[in-house]
Design a protein around this ligand. Structure first.
Ligand code: SIN
Length: 471
């Protein structure tokens, strides 16, 4: 743990971190709780007094240094990430670049936090809008993007003048620790970024109770997001929530089928299907259904599953743990029992680690659990649809509203369809829409607020209206 610039927690009981590809213990982290969370909050609170008074140019310089250090340590960060959560090494390297991009972009954005001057209605008054950092921020991050989900939160927070306590996921805290070493190297002042590992209930409990924490930013399940909404009510803490998704992927009959196949591959099998924005429900119009299923399945059959630290050219790593495999197996079993056909895959890969075959299911219908719940695994269920209206109705028939995808070459059909989709992110002929400069977040039960882009910066700023009476 890092609290006020010091490594802490040597004296605490430890939690073992497992490599899901081998089930080996690869590291241990302190099992921190309320006391450590409170110390970190105090450090962040004290550091806020000076950090919030630095200029945007000074903060930008720190962020740029950290961006450069992350890129310089790409290999080491990627190895750690792959070891602790299984993502193929090439994807981990990609995540390092993606994660660093938030620091670069918000280093620039720090200098563009503008207030406003409002025309006055009384001649001896001046009306202004100032922007202020919200204060101490608690960033609660998930295991599936152990670096990028931290930098997507802390880059705008630091740029805005806030200080931070990071609570990384218990499955993937080692990447976060490596990041803290770089925070230190970048010379970011003590207490500005703190890291507490350990019990979620105790650490997050303290973050929610402690009135010095003014903002919670969380990526994780809708279930936990709802609890945080309830708990934040007591002190009206600011909240940004990036929650679950159940992305529909619509392919209309005028789509470029090759592009659509590659789009689904990129979206569905990114991180082995363990991404909130992954394609979960694939709807293909009748005219190209057979063609799509055949071409797509051929490519899926060519995907290599394995431990990318020991094997070459791995496309899919292990799932995060046994619960992850069991959920995937339950979804496939239910679909098959209700009439789905397995085109390829459909089994757990026996032996060490939590591997599951990349799977394509056809003849899917909406009654199957896989079309109702987020799977978080490498399974692509494909349902045949007839009309654009049916596509919209099926796509929107969920409490989630994070990402959706549409493949059509027609600007008119695409525009009309996208306008009707209740999703915060839409990839139109694009399977991977995420970017540091674009707003990422969901409608409905997929969250509150946006990360990335200028919206991601607003999330860490308060608006202060100042009415000045002149003499
Ligand atoms: C996520 O799974 O929440 C992150 C995916 C992304 O940033 O593209």
């Amino acid at each position: 743990m890092y609290i006020n610039g010091k490594k802490m927690g040597e004296d605490l009981e430890k939690i073992e971190i497992m490599n899901p590809a081998t089930n080996e213990v690869i590291g241990k982290v302190p099992n921190g709780g309320e006391k450590e969370a409170e110390q970190a909050i105090k450090a962040a609170y004290e550091a806020f007094l000076t950090w919030s008074e630095t200029t945007a140019y000074e903060r930008a310089a720190y962020l740029k240094r950290l961006n450069k250090l992350i890129i310089e340590h790409q290999e080491e960060l990627a190895q750690t990430m792959t070891m602790e959560m299984g993502k193929p090494i090439e994807e981990s390297k990609g995540e390092v670049v993606y994660g660093a991009s938030f620091l670069e972009w918000y280093a620039e954005e720090a200098k563009r936090v503008y207030g406003e001057t409002i025309p006055t209605h009384i001649s001896n008054k001046r009306l202004q809008v100032w922007k202020k950092p919200v204060g101490v921020v608690a960033a609660i991050t998930p295991w599936n993007f152990p670096l990028a989900m931290i930098t997507r939160k802390i880059a705008p927070a630091l740029a805005a003048g806030c200080t931070v306590i990071i609570k990384p996921s218990k499955e993937s805290p080692l990447t976060a620790i490596k990041l803290m070493e770089l925070v230190e190297k970048a010379g970011i002042p003590e207490g500005v970024v703190n890291l507490v590992t350990g019990s979620s209930a105790k650490i997050v409990g303290q973050m929610m109770e402690n009135d010095k924490v003014r903002k919670i930013t969380f990526t994780g399940s809708t279930e936990i997001g709802k609890l945080l909404i309830e708990q934040s009510a007591k002190q009206v803490k600011r909240l940004s929530l990036e929650l679950g998704g159940h992305a529909p992927f619509i392919i209309l009959d005028d789509a470029n089928v090759e592009k659509a196949v590659d789009g689904v591959l990129a979206s569905k099998f990114r991180n082995g299907g363990q991404t909130c924005v992954c394609a979960n429900r694939i709807y293909v119009q009748a005219g190209i259904y057979e063609q799509f299923v055949n071409k797509f399945s051929e490519k899926v059959k060519g995907l290599r599953v394995g431990n990318s630290l020991h094997e070459e050219k791995v496309d899919i790593g292990p799932l995060i743990n046994e619960d992850g495999v069991n959920k995937v197996a339950r979804h496939v079993k239910d679909a098959v029992e209700k009439g789905a056909l397995i085109v390829t895959g459909g089994n757990r890969i026996e032996g060490e680690g939590t591997f599951y075959e990349p799977t394509v299911l056809r003849d899917i219908d909406p009654s199957m659990i896989i079309m109702q719940e987020e799977t978080f695994g490498p399974v692509a269920p494909i349902q045949k649809i007839e009309t654009d209206e049916e596509a919209v109705e099926l796509a929107n028939s969920t409490e989630y509203g994070l990402a959706a995808y549409v493949f059509t070459e027609s600007v008119s059909r695409g525009t009309k369809l996208v306008e009707k989709l209740d999703f915060g992110i839409v990839g139109w002929n694009d399977g991977v829409p995420s970017a540091a400069q674009a707003p990422f977040g969901g409608m409905k039960e997929s969250g509150i607020g946006r990360e990335g882009g200028h919206e991601g910066m607003d999330a860490f700023l308060e608006t202060q209206y100042v009415s000045i009476g002149l003499s």
